[in-house]
Each structure stands twice: as C-alpha cells, then as structure tokens.
Design a protein around this ligand. Sequence first.
Ligand SMILES: [Zn+2]
Length: 260
Amino acid sequence: VVGVGIGCPGPLDLQTGTIIVTPNLAWAGYPIRDRIAARLELPAALDNDANCATYGEWWQGAGRGTRHMAGVTLGTGIGGGLICDGRLLRGASDSAGEFGHTTIDFNGRRCACGNYGCLEAYASGPNIALRAREGIEAGYESAITGMVDGDLSRITALTVSEALMAGDEYAHEIILETARLLGAGVANTVNMFNPEVVVLMGGVANAGEHLFAPLRAEVKRRAFAVAVAACRIVPGELEAPGVVGAAGVFVADVGGATLA
Ligand SMILES: [Zn+2]
C-alpha cells in the first residue's frame, strides 16, 4: 500500500483537502484528506465522488482508451464528471461537471440545491419515485400500487423498475419520460464537450435498453449530428467505479512521486 484515494461528496476544497459542506454527512469544514493521511501515515488524495466514479470508468471501465469522456452517476442525486483531453476537468473552484444541476426546465421543479428545473429534480432515484407517486395520485392505474400495498410513500425507483420488468404500462411511461429528461441533459453535455463516450453509472442505469434506447434517440434529436456521430452512450462496466477511480486519482495526483 503506497497511499489512499478518497472519494467524497462535495463541495470540496481540493487545495486544502477539506469538505466545505455535505448535506448528507454533516461534516462541514472537515479536513478529511489530512486526517486520514495522518491516521494511516500514508499520502492521500481527495476528489468528489462523481469525479472519482468518472475517472474509474475512464481508467478501467467503459471509457478505457478515450481522450474525452463524460460520466454521469444516477442515484439519490445525479453527479457528473468530465475527462477532457485525458484529464479530469475540475474547473476554477473544483465544482465542474455538476450534470444533475444543469437546468432542463426554466420554470420547473424546485431542486434540493435551491435552483428550479434541475435535471436532478426529475431524474434522481427519489424524484423518479416521486413522479410515479404523483401520477398514481392523479389517477393513473399501475401495478406499483399493489407492490407497495397501497402505501404510495413506499415507492422507490426500484419499485418502478420492478414494475417495468413485470410489464406495467405506467412504469414504462415513467422510465420513458426519465430517459427523455436524461437525454436532454446528455444532449447539452454532448454539444458542450463533444465527448467520445458518455458513461451512465448507478442504479437507474440498470433499466438497460428500456432506458438507453429512448435516451439515445432523445440525444440524437437534440444534439449536433457531428457530435452525436462521434459519441457512444453506454452503461458503466465497473462494480464500484468510485473506489477504482479514487485509487486512480491518487496515482494521477500524488502517486507518480510516491511510486517512483
Ligand atoms: Zn439542483
């Protein structure tokens, strides 16, 4: 063992290796990199968890061998990372690639970040579940209702995907809408960064071609043909891309000196 790579939700200050704020962990202002390095007596590197997952898929997974890649993590939130010219793009204050908080509906739903109409407010796991619930409350018939014994607060994205696999029409509609929303977001990224590959990671990506086929069609409808032609849109290949990527970020950032 030559060192430690740490992937952590942000925003982070990568200069000082500090967590600025993490709504889910209550670790505001915590110097995680140096604390772990001191405790383990090893050099450590820190990056945002979505950057680490993106780096992992680029280094060892679905983005291997490319120079330009966009990574999207679909889960409780929607994260993103960008590899430009073979390097992770971090931006002026280490917050580049916030795919989930790009606006896809100008007057849309309120997002946890405070903005309105963010992609995450529609297509994260909990918000897929929320859209399904709202539809059923508004009168749509679905097998989902029986799957949660009529308690609609128990609907999760997994319930929707299980209903889809069981052939439920309404679940199919929800997944189709999710694919189109994600497709609009991916089209923006394709036009902005012209990646060779967009890798979608996380639970929602497990919906397979039910998700990917309409998502690709939406990107094709919206993005420049020349950019679409150069770009594959695929699911991730790694079991734990964030863990692999945190190690990769360590090697790229401080490992060169340590390993030499
Ligand atoms: Zn947001």
